[in-house]
Every structure is written in C-alpha cells, then in structure tokens.
Design a protein around this ligand. Structure first.
Ligand code: ACO
Length: 320
C-alpha cells in the first residue's frame, strides 16, 4: 500500500508587503534584500491567521481532489504558529471545513513541517488504518518576527498550503526525516515561558532568532544528502526527476543545492520572490501553483525537500 496526492490548494496572507515598504520601517533596501535572498515581496495575514489560511487552502485542496470533507479520515498540519497551545490548528480546520469524520493533530518541525506532516499521514495510510488524509503546512510566521530586526524581518511571509492524499495499491513514495537537536540554538523562537505565582513574573514571549550563516551551511549540506538518500533508496536516478520542490528559504540556498547535485536550475521551481519564506507553507504553496499552472503530469517523479529549525530536514520522492 502507498499514497498519491490527488489535489492541492493554497492561501497566502491577505496583504502584499514589498521590500520598499520594509525599507520604510528598518534600515534596508530592495537591492539588499533581493540580491541576498531573491525576495521581492511577501504576503502578511491581517485577519485569517494560521487556521483561517489553512482552512481556505484545505477547502481548495478538497475541491481540486474532488473529495468531500466528510470523506477525510485524518488531518495532519505542520505549523509552528498555531493560534492556541490547544486545541491544535488541525482541529480548528476540521470544524471550519466540516471534516466531521477526521481525526486531526499538529506537527512541530518548523520549516520542515509539511514534509514531516506528509510523512506522518502517509504512514497512517500505508498501514491501512485510513484511506484519505488532508496534509497542511500553515504559518502566520509574521507574528513571531521582531519588526525592528532587519536581519530577520525581511525574510518571512505568511501563508498555507494543503494536499489531499489517498491510499492506493501501487506507486512510488519514498521519504526520510532527520534532526540534529545539538544545533537547536541556531534557529529559535521561545514559546510563552517562565511565569507563575512563585516567580511573580509575567511570561516571556520570544521572537525569531537566526544564525543565518549556520543555517545556510546546514541547508546546502543536508538537502543534497537527503535528496540523494531517497533517490538511492528507490533506485531512481536524478535524470528521472522532473522537479525538486524545495523549501523556499532563500534563492541562494536553492542555487547552491542545484550546483551540488549537478542538476539544472530549471528543475528547481521557485516562488520566493512573491512570498518570502512562509516556513511550513512554502512547499505546498509552490506545489499548488505548479499543479494549477499545469506543470505536473501524472507519472512525473518529483522530490520535495524541507529544512529548518530543530535543526530538522526531510525529503520525499513521489510520483505525481
Ligand atoms: N538590510 C541591510 N543590511 C542588512 C540586512 C538588511 N535586511 N540584514 C543584515 N544586514 C547587514 C548586517 O547588519 C551586517 O552589517 P555589518 O557588516 O555592518 O554588521 C551585514 O548586512 C551582513 O550581515 P549578515 O547577517 O552577515 O548577512 P549575510 O550576508 O549572512 O546575509 C542572510 C543574511 C541572507 C540571511 C544569509 O545569512 C543567508 O542567506 N542565510 C541563510 C538562512 C536563511 O535564508 N534563513 C531563512 C530562514 S531559516 C529557514 O527557513 C530554514
């Protein structure tokens, strides 16, 4: 038993913010941001929030898959920015779309969230426990950004992407996940912490901290490694891969991965110019755009690869 993606959907944040807009609030420029990251603009959510964007992406994915929400057995959502500690964002989406028969929970794996969520849902389907699952990557990452810190605030954007997967007898789906907890301090955002009646402190709330150069070194080493690993495990050569759909963190990371794999850049579609880094949402948003633009044909082999805080990474080889 394996799984196949049968529909996708996405929902970026409602408001477009350009590099020039950011140059009005911090000491930066369109030239600095676009030459170092590839980003020209990003979308920020002004009301929908994580679960609202996720629910819209989920409905579009169900419509695209030709499936009614009641037919879903499971919702797995990769997010670092749920609106509540509990309930999970997946439970909010379940209610919003009327997926009354689905169980749901969230996965915390930062920018690798969608890959980890897809691996998790796939495992449930492969075991025979469920038939149809909704996998979401959604982040309202702008609420964790310190908008006075030019080193990080220019990088991120908000959005959600979703995919419906279905159990089926034959096909190709090979995935791996990894993490290196020793490097957890490289990319962090502290959760609400430290408040109780003994300390008499109000809880602290953190902002995103990133050691950009460490993240860069990690990504350009680990992403090619994990891509090779899933290809080798399946006996698939790189010439058979139509597209590599990477987490959209930074154009220079993607260029560097392409070079290390000795693969043409045309196989690495990008939309970071429009959305910035949408964390767990970047891979499913790009996948949905490619699907709707007719770039994917049934039978194409594609590779998804995510990497992010944890540090975490993962890759999936699948047949469209
Ligand atoms: N505008 C203008 N100047 C800036 C800005 C900005 N937005 N941000 C930093 N600078 C300045 C710094 O203050 C510093 O100035 P100084 O030399 O006077 O101190 C100078 O630019 C260089 O700063 P660095 O932080 O060393 O910049 P770097 O060249 O490393 O570029 C970047 C930063 C683009 C983030 C780079 O480290 C990178 O590509 N990292 C990869 C990580 C990444 O993309 N993370 C995304 C999120 S994580 C994820 O998704 C997994």
């Amino acid at each position: 038993m394996t799984t196949k993606i049968i529909g996708t959907g996405s929902c970026p944040g409602e408001r477009v913010v350009t590099n020039d807009d950011l140059a009005k609030i911090v000491e930066t420029s369109d030239e600095w941001i676009s030459s170092r990251t590839g980003i020209k603009e990003r979308h920020l959510t002004t009301g929908l929030g994580t679960s609202g964007m996720a629910a819209r992406a989920a409905m579009l994915a169900c419509e695209n898959a030709g499936i009614r929400p009641e037919e879903l057995d499971l919702i797995v959502m990769g997010t670092s920015t749920p609106e509540y500690c509990f309930p999970s964002g997946a439970c909010q989406v379940q209610a919003a779309i009327g997926a009354v028969n689905a169980a749901g929970f969230d996965i915390s794996a930062a920018c690798s969230g969608f890959v980890f969520a897809l691996m998790t849902a796939h495992s449930f389907l492969k075991s025979g426990m469920y038939r149809n699952a909704l996998v979401i990557g959604a982040d309202d990452i702008s609420k964790l950004v310190d908008w006075s810190d030019r080193k990080t605030c220019v990088l991120f954007g908000d959005g959600a992407g979703a995919a419906v997967i279905k159990a089926q007898e034959d096909g190709c789906f090979e995935g791996m996940m990894g993490c290196d907890g020793k490097k957890w301090e490289v990319l962090t955002c502290q959760a609400r912490s430290g408040g109780n009646f003994i300390t008499e402190k109000k809880p602290d709330l953190g902002y995103i901290y990133m050691d950009g150069q460490e993240v860069f070194k990690f990504a350009v080493k680990k992403v090619p490694e994990c891509i090779r690993q899933v290809l080798d495990a399946n006996g698939v050569g790189m010439e058979a891969v139509r597209y590599y759909i990477l987490h959209q963190a930074n154009e220079r990371i993607i260029d560097s991965v392409a070079k290390r794999l000795k693969e043409p850049l045309e196989k690495f579609p990008m939309n970071i110019q429009k959305y910035g880094n949408t964390s767990g949402a970047s891979i499913p948003i790009l996948l949905d755009e490619m699907n709707r633009e007719g770039m994917l044909n049934r039978g194409d082999k594609i590779v998804l690869a995510g990497f992010g805080g944890g540090l975490t990474w993962g890759a999936i080889l699948l047949e469209w």
